[in-house]
Design a protein around this ligand. Structure first.
Ligand SMILES: C[S@@+](CC[C@H](N)C(=O)[O-])C[C@H]1O[C@@H](n2cnc3c(N)ncnc32)[C@H](O)[C@@H]1O
Length: 243
């Protein structure tokens, strides 16, 4: 079993294999988006992803193994990746909904991209969740930079959207795992809300940046500094005007 409350500079499939069966309350993760396609979706080829299919199947099986019997998962993706990822995850995981994250603004020349998807599911057959599957939380272009600071990763998620997943699906002390850590926003949210975490990030330079971010967050938590927590967790309950 891996030590908790740490980021690991390793491939997440290898990492998951070192996690005990039925020990994870929530998987909250944001895999690389549709490789091969550019921002406007015109270049690259859907088939480019085929070579990675065995990896994703293995990962889906491992997610299912490590989740607790009442565990839940949130897997971020955009409209391009969805077509590839959905059939794979749905084969091995109890998918229950596709959440639409309305982030308020985004790039794009053929209507702008203002939403992303979050594939949601749970192994808990008795669980029911209220609320809608459209979550309005500002992205970086409409305010997240004002509370989260400058992005240190191009695909960084606002803490508030990760908090929504974390707080819905875990209690204090529970373990949340992020397979594709990036700047490790999941770890930031976990530290702020007294959850345990394990994050994987394969790229060394990104891992180094995430390590610094997490060290700072742990330092703030040790000092009892709740300033950021108050601002950021408020967003998904009370979005700013226009969202
Ligand atoms: C979309 S980004 C995640 C961004 C993150 N949610 C954040 O808030 O910063 C995906 C990350 O997964 C990492 N990655 C790609 N393949 C991986 C693998 N097999 N194992 C672990 N990390 C991987 C990439 O280096 C990249 O930093």
């Amino acid at each position: 079993m891996l030590e908790k409350n740490r980021i690991y500079n390793m491939d997440c499939l290898e990492g998951l294999k070192r996690i005990k069966t039925g020990s994870v309350q929530a998987i909250i993760t944001d895999p690389p988006y549709f490789q091969g396609l550019t921002q406007d979706g015109t270049r690259g080829d859907f088939a480019d992803l085929e070579i990675t299919r065995p990896f994703w199947k293995g990962l889906a099986r491992e997610i299912n193994r490590v989740l607790k019997p009442n565990g839940e998962f949130y897997i971020f993706m955009d409209w391009r990746g969805f077509a590839f990822y959905y059939p794979i995850f749905a084969e091995y995981l109890p998918v229950k909904n596709l959440i639409v994250w309305d982030k308020g603004a985004g790039p794009g020349s053929f209507y702008s991209y203002t939403h992303e998807f979050i594939l949601y599911g749970t192994k808990n057959t008795g669980l029911r969740r209220g609320g809608t599957n459209v979550w309005r939380v500002p992205g970086f272009s409409v305010g997240a930079a004002g509370t989260d600071g400058e992005k240190i990763h191009p695909a960084q998620k606002p803490v508030a959207i990760i908090e929504r997943c974390l707080l819905d699906s875990t209690q204090e002390g529970d373990l949340a795992v992020d397979l594709f850590g990036g700047s490790c926003t999941t770890a930031v949210a976990a530290i702020r809300h007294n959850r345990q975490f394990v994050c994987f990030e394969v790229k060394e330079s990104t891992y180094d940046k995430a390590q610094r971010r997490i060290a700072l967050e742990k330092e703030k938590a040790a000092k009892g500094d709740k300033t950021d927590e108050d601002t950021r967790s408020k967003w998904w309950r009370d979005p700013p005007p226009g969202l």
